[in-house]
Design a binder for this molecule. Structure first.
Ligand code: NI
Length: 205
């Protein structure tokens, strides 16, 4: 049996919790302060940064060329058997689901395998996923710099099944970067297309 002072304490506590919940619902600013949104503050300085690379047409590009555009950035390699193709399919399908809003987004595929992924190789590859997908390659040093900036895990491993004798273990994260080059959110190759499109709709302004 609950005595009356404990009951009173529980009622007061319930009231306080209800008030806090109401405040969070009513004042988004309070919510932002209390519940730091990982899509804005935490990743801010951690992911992304300057890069200089070469696109599938042979043009040299830098991160600054994409300022003012949202970017969906995925790192992989054209010889990847499954993860990269599924990530790029998810990315392309979500982008198409956005309709006109999707025009604000440039999808990027950055290779982790500059040895095999030449501009010509990328040109054929990106076309098969999305008409606007940009393929980027570079010197090994440039690729190393950009993978570090985006905190991509990449490890070259021996692969007797591949004619080149190697493959890559790599993280399969799709980053959404904002028009100012800042990290906004991320998705994976296993993301549901509808869910991803819904989240993107809310994140794009
Ligand atoms: Ni892959």
């Amino acid at each position: 049996m609950i005595n009356s002072s404990l009951r009173l304490a529980l009622i007061v506590l319930a009231g306080l919790m209800l008030g806090a919940a109401a405040a969070l619902a009513i004042f988004p600013a309070a919510r932002e302060r209390l519940l730091p949104d990982r899509t804005s503050s935490v990743g801010h300085a951690l992911v992304g940064g300057p890069f200089t690379l070469t696109d599938q047409s042979g043009k040299r590009v830098t991160d600054k060329d994409f300022r003012g555009r949202y970017l969906l950035v995925f790192f992989g390699f054209t010889n990847c058997p499954d993860v990269c193709p599924s990530a790029l399919q998810v990315m392309a399908a979500a982008l198409d689901k956005l309709g006109p809003k999707g025009q604000k987004v440039t999808p990027l595929f950055i290779t982790v395998d500059p040895e095999r992924d030449t501009e010509a190789q990328l040109a054929t590859y990106v076309k098969s996923f999305h008409p606007r997908l940009v393929g980027l390659t570079g010197t090994p040093a440039e690729i190393e710099a950009v993978t570090k900036a985006y905190r991509v895990y990449v490890k070259k491993v021996p692969d007797p099944k591949s004619s080149a004798g190697y493959t890559f273990d790599h993280s399969a994260i799709i980053y959404l970067m904002g028009p100012d080059g800042d990290y906004l959110a991320h998705f994976t190759h296993a993301s549901n297309v509808d869910t991803m499109a819904e989240r993107l709709t809310k994140l794009l302004h």
